[in-house]
Write a protein that binds this ligand. Structure first.
Ligand code: SF4
Length: 267
């Protein structure tokens, strides 16, 4: 069995949701415009580092979604996202703080790690390069909200960055956040992940895999109002036995457990 960060994260959020998705094959319908746009934007970033015309790549990629039945946030539209993307690409080039040598090798880097019990863990690192002249592992994010920067050091607890640091053995990690808002902004956030944090994450992965293998899928519905995790869970319809919600949010794929490597495309 091959595990990924998305799987571990989903199990920790709610084991029942994990079972619905990875054992029963219920996946959320991917209709969020922001997610689709994020993937197009990251493809354009790859083109930028290969010295291709990134704005043309962004247009071509995003053009394929022009008539797709995507769900846009209030006030968003195909054109608005496209213009925000152009603005962000120009700003990124102007800032000129990130370098990726040999982009064909150092973008979307696949890492594999063996886990006890003949399992393995796969991760796709967005980039290995330099930020402000310093070597680091880089993760891109496109979002509508700025990442919290206070209190200082908060990024040290970002589970995805810890996961990538654990997989690669690289301490210095960076999150480059492309914020789609009225005045688009780019955050360049750097942090060093300690060996202790990496070891702790490795133990968490092993414990989680052992629970999955033991078939433990009790629900973790989360915290009560106003932060009830069930409200943002795509599997709510299954838990409530509500066919309308199931139809609106989910699609069932047989053999989904074999497809988990695709999760690296998740936002
Ligand atoms: S709706 Fe709540 S209990 Fe059900 S799978 Fe989602 S998070 Fe778990």
């Amino acid at each position: 069995m091959t595990y990924s960060y998305t799987q571990i994260n989903q199990y920790l959020r709610c084991p029942r949701s994990y079972r619905y998705r990875y054992l029963d094959g219920w996946r959320e319908k991917d209709t969020r415009a922001g997610m689709a746009f994020g993937r197009c934007f990251e493809t354009a970033l790859g083109a930028y580092f290969r010295s291709e015309d990134a704005t043309e790549v962004l247009f071509k990629q995003w053009e394929t979604f022009r008539d797709a039945p995507l769900e846009y946030r209030k006030g968003d539209s195909w054109e608005r996202l496209y213009h925000q993307g152009l603005h962000l690409l120009h700003k990124f080039a102007q800032d000129d703080r990130v370098r990726i040598l040999r982009p064909e090798q150092n973008l979307q880097v696949k890492l594999l790690r063996t886990l006890p019990g003949d399992h393995e863990f796969v991760a796709y690192i967005d980039a290995l390069g330099e930020l402000d002249g310093r070597d680091c592992l880089i993760d891109w994010k496109t979002t509508t909200n700025r990442y919290a920067e206070e209190p200082a050091g908060l990024l040290r607890f970002d589970p995805q960055l810890i996961c990538y640091s654990w997989m690669s053995g690289i301490s210095d990690v960076a999150l480059v956040v492309f914020v789609r808002k009225q005045m688009p902004e780019i955050q360049y956030l750097k942090i060093s992940i300690s060996e202790d944090h990496r070891r702790e994450f490795g133990r968490l992965v092993e414990m989680t895999v052992a629970q999955v293998e033991a078939g433990q899928f009790a629900s973790h519905s989360g915290i009560r109002f106003p932060r009830n995790g069930c409200l943002s869970c795509g599997h709510l319809g299954l838990c409530l036995d509500n066919s309308k919600l199931i139809e609106a949010n989910l699609v069932r794929q047989p053999g989904a457990a074999e497809l988990d490597w695709l999760d690296h495309f998740d936002g």
